[in-house]
Write a protein that binds this ligand. Structure first.
Ligand code: GAP
Length: 435
């Protein structure tokens, strides 16, 4: 299958089975805006929960934050976004389309001035108005990164938690960028979600700390099942570094459309805190109460995209196989990510006792995992339906189950089946999905 075909099949599965829909589709859609459906919202939530569990709950040097999307406009002056968060844009005079200059090939760049207009700077921040219309003082931006919400709250977090260096603040939330060319499904959108960490440490520790975070973030994707040969690290060249960064390494994934950035891990130095201290006039230095020193900590920033990670997990999990001469599409999602952990399927839907037993099992399992009941097709079709959306186990209730109080548990990936006593089932399932 070609890569373009693979992408088409993923997009089509996402729509057909309720993972991702085009935004406002009934009105013809809004370009590059996407909505997560019933299964997609579960998957995306699982991605965020896995991240939060890994970077906040399982560490003692991290805390969380949930800052507002709208921030004081001075934030973006201090951060440099008002001035520097720009892309070079060119217009194609023939097609009237707009392109990022850095996305043009050498050949296309040679046509700048003839076919393409001269490149001009375009700020990517989305602007809106607060309160009464017409008052320019009420003009604000939709944040282009969640990071600044962390920097402006650095002092609040320090004062309210008595943290000592090194420690980090994690945040998940929406960001907005007026991308000149968006595309590739949820890979590049104008409204998207980020998972960001600002990890505060000393200047002396910053290089080693940067390296540790690069390794930890790379491992996170592997631990959640991404195949190692689809993942790589790419250090940035000097010319690609953001205006605030001293160094940056991307975790890249081999998407069907090519290698591309999943997450960037940057050394932001003490740039942001210094800038905010200067513009706000507030002392944002860290006070080491033991040595009595005051200084601006260095910041290591692992910054990933929820939507890109979700797309990578989907693409990596997508498999087409042939089983007994028939095609099978299966999403081999990691157990933490699978939107539905268990489907309970009655073998004979006309048998009221089987149906009642299956529904009881489902109600019981629902207390601890996501679980569905389905009796709307023959068992072979029900299995395929669940495989296609990555359901981890199918539990089948049959006539023998009424006698021996056992059910058949089928593993999604191996398709192997085992009989398990109903009174052991909950433990079996909970063991599999507990942390
Ligand atoms: N605070 C640093 C920062 O925002 P970035 O490399 O511009 O750095 C971080 O963005 C991550 O956010 C990217 O690695 C990507 O996963 C995600 N991201 C950025 N722009 C995006 C877009 N237009 N659509 C979807 N995800 C995006």
């Amino acid at each position: 299958m070609s890569n373009a075909d693979l992408m088409d099949r993923i997009v089509s599965l996402c729509k057909r089975r309720g993972f991702i829909f085009q935004s406002s589709e009934i009105y013809g859609g809004l370009a590059n805006a996407w909505d997560y459906g019933p299964l997609g919202s579960e998957l995306k939530r699982n991605v965020k929960n896995a991240w939060w569990r890994c970077v906040v709950h399982s560490r003692d040097d991290m805390v969380g934050l949930d800052a507002a999307i709208l921030m004081h406009p001075d934030t973006w002056k201090a951060s440099g976004h008002a001035e520097n968060f720009t892309d070079l844009l060119v217009d194609d005079k023939e097609t009237k389309k707009r392109y990022r200059y850095d996305h043009l090939t050498e050949e296309e760049r040679a046509k700048v001035g003839t076919r393409y207009t001269e490149p001009r700077e375009f700020n990517l921040m989305l602007r809106t108005q607060l309160g009464a219309v017409g008052d320019t003082s009420a003009e604000v931006y939709l944040r282009p990164e969640t990071a600044q919400g962390i920097f402006v709250n650095f002092k609040n977090v320090l004062d309210s938690t008595s943290r000592r260096l090194p420690f980090g603040i994690a945040q998940i939330g929406k960001s907005f960028r007026n991308e000149i060319t968006a595309g590739n499904f949820v890979f590049r959108m104008r409204e998207f979600e980020q998972m960001e960490i600002e990890y505060f440490t000393t200047a002396e520790d910053s290089e080693a700390c940067h390296e540790r975070w690069i390794q930890e973030r790379f491992q996170w994707y592997l631990d959640l099942g991404i195949r190692a040969d689809n993942l790589k690290l790419r250090p940035h060249g000097e010319d690609e570094l953001a205006h605030y960064a001293k160094g940056c390494t991307d975790v890249e994934y081999r998407f069907p459309f090519g290698w591309a950035e999943l997450e960037g891990i940057a050394n932001r130095t003490d740039y942001d805190l210094k800038q905010h201290a200067e513009l706000s006039g507030k002392d944002l230095r860290y006070h080491d109460k033991i040595t009595n020193e005051r200084y601006f900590p260095y910041v290591i920033e692992p910054s990933g995209g929820v939507d890109r990670a979700t797309l990578a997990f989907l693409a990596d999990a997508y498999h087409e196989e042939e089983v007994e001469g028939r095609p099978r599409v299966v999403l081999k999602l990691h157990r933490d990510l699978a939107p539905t952990k268990v489907a309970v399927l009655p073998l004979l839907k006309k048998n009221a006792d089987i149906v009642a037993m299956a529904k009881n099992i489902k109600s019981d399992l629902l207390k601890s995992v996501t679980c569905v009941y389905d009796d709307t097709a023959a068992i072979g079709k029900l299995y395929r339906r669940q495989d296609e959306v990555g359901t981890f186990y199918c539990v089948t209730v049959d006539v023998e189950s009424l006698e021996d109080k056992q059910v058949t548990v089928r593993d999604r990936d191996t398709m192997q089946q085992q009989r398990i006593a109903v009174d052991q089932l909950k433990n079996f399932i909970n063991d599999k999905f507990s942390h």
